[in-house]
Design a protein around this ligand. Structure first.
Ligand code: SF4
Length: 369
């Protein structure tokens, strides 16, 4: 039996506390603890969430002598850029970040015609051990803090506002928790970061909850907690196969919560929020792309408020897993559509830049050895 990791190893050295680790009330308390009026916390929130500005030198609304102490107390630098790689004519950019303790994580910024999306990491590594996934092979290093998760989004928003993507200045519109890690295995920091993303400015980035997607391999206890949050984010279930027999090995958490239980939890989420949920399905040649599996998935999802997102697998170096043949992919789509299930095939952004999650960090670690 595979030993799945839910409790992350404790950080050797704790990440410095950041404004975005704190609730609005806690931010004010922290300012008062420092002997400062509470409104200073509010000013810093404006600098960070509205102007993406953590450079104390430029905070002209704050007395000079207070700038550095406030920066140290509220906006310590959490992410250092190691390198960026771009492809798709610059419309896809993968950033590799070093955290305070040397741990590496990555985020991917993608510009589409109708939106700009950042895909962020919620953990360094992942304890879920999905055998086809580069991150899963390396195991879990540690959970990220709310500040470290939020900072990935703020850096992406800053890059958009600075016109760093082709086409000039744009607004970051969507966030997907589909980078390294299982978000619901790092529940509290992920939810604090979701609140940072969705709270209106100045207390957060003001991104609509519907434009934030939280993905999970199917931690039913986490989905049930999410139902009680009253933040109608989009829920994505990484199902990858509709039958328990294969899913037990493809997504090992299935040994704890079976396909039926996961889909029932997604239905409860849909009933509470009214939000259509998404089923993520990495199509893997001759593993999970057979017509009978499409048929079973169609029967399970028929008449449900769900949408299937097929992902052509991005093979990891040295892996036996590879993408499906074009004709098998087409047949899979047609069978699902025959059941009236909406289907999209995800574009394969970032293929040339080690597109599968975790690959850039893995490459950096091995080149540093
Ligand atoms: S596919 Fe997702 S949940 Fe599975 S090991 Fe990779 S990062 Fe973790």
């Amino acid at each position: 039996m595979i030993d799945l990791v839910f409790d992350a190893p404790v950080e050797k050295k704790k990440a410095p506390i950041h404004l975005s680790d704190l609730t609005v009330a806690q931010r004010k308390e922290r300012a008062e603890e420092l002997g400062l009026p509470a409104f200073r916390a509010n000013q810093l929130a404006v600098h960070f969430f509205t102007h993406y500005n953590d450079d104390p030198e430029s905070w002209s609304d704050i007395p000079k002598e207070l700038r550095q102490p406030l920066a140290d107390a509220f906006l310590p630098k959490l992410l250092t850029l190691v390198r960026s790689i771009t492809c798709d004519g610059g419309k896809t950019r993968k950033d590799l970040w070093r955290l305070h303790d040397g741990v590496l994580v990555e985020s991917v910024l993608m510009k589409y015609t109708d939106r700009t999306t950042v895909c962020i990491s919620s953990q360094a590594g992942c304890g879920m051990k999905c055998p086809f996934c580069a991150t899963g092979q390396a195991g879990l290093t540690r959970n990220l803090t709310a500040g470290e998760i939020t900072a990935q989004v703020v850096m992406a928003a800053k890059a958009c506002a600075a016109g760093e993507l082709p086409g000039g200045e744009t607004r970051l519109s969507n966030v997907v928790f589909m980078g390294m890690g299982e978000p619901l295995a790092n529940y509290k920091p992920v939810m604090q970061s979701v609140r940072n993303l969705t709270s209106p400015q100045p207390n957060g980035l003001g991104i609509g909850a519907r434009s934030v997607t939280v993905s999970t391999v199917g931690l039913v206890s986490g989905i049930d907690k999410l139902i009680d949050e009253d933040i109608p984010v989009t829920l994505a279930i990484s199902l990858h196969t509709p039958d328990d027999e294969l899913r037990d090995s493809l997504v090992p958490i299935n040994s704890r919560w079976k396909v039926r239980e996961v889909l029932q939890a997604a239905d409860r989420y849909e009933a509470k929020t009214g939000r259509r949920y998404s089923i993520e399905y990495a199509l893997i040649r001759d593993i999970n792309d057979q017509a009978w599996r499409a048929d079973l998935l169609g029967r399970l999802l028929k008449n449900k408020n769900a949408h299937v997102n097929l992902i052509p697998l991005n093979p990891t170096p040295g892996s036996k897993w590879t993408a499906s043949r074009a004709e098998d992919e087409r047949a899979f789509v047609e069978i699902l559509e025959g059941y009236g299930v909406p289907v999209t095939v995800r574009d394969t952004r970032g293929r040339e830049i080690d597109g599968a999650c975790g690959q850039l960090a893995a490459a950096e670690v091995s080149s540093a050895k």
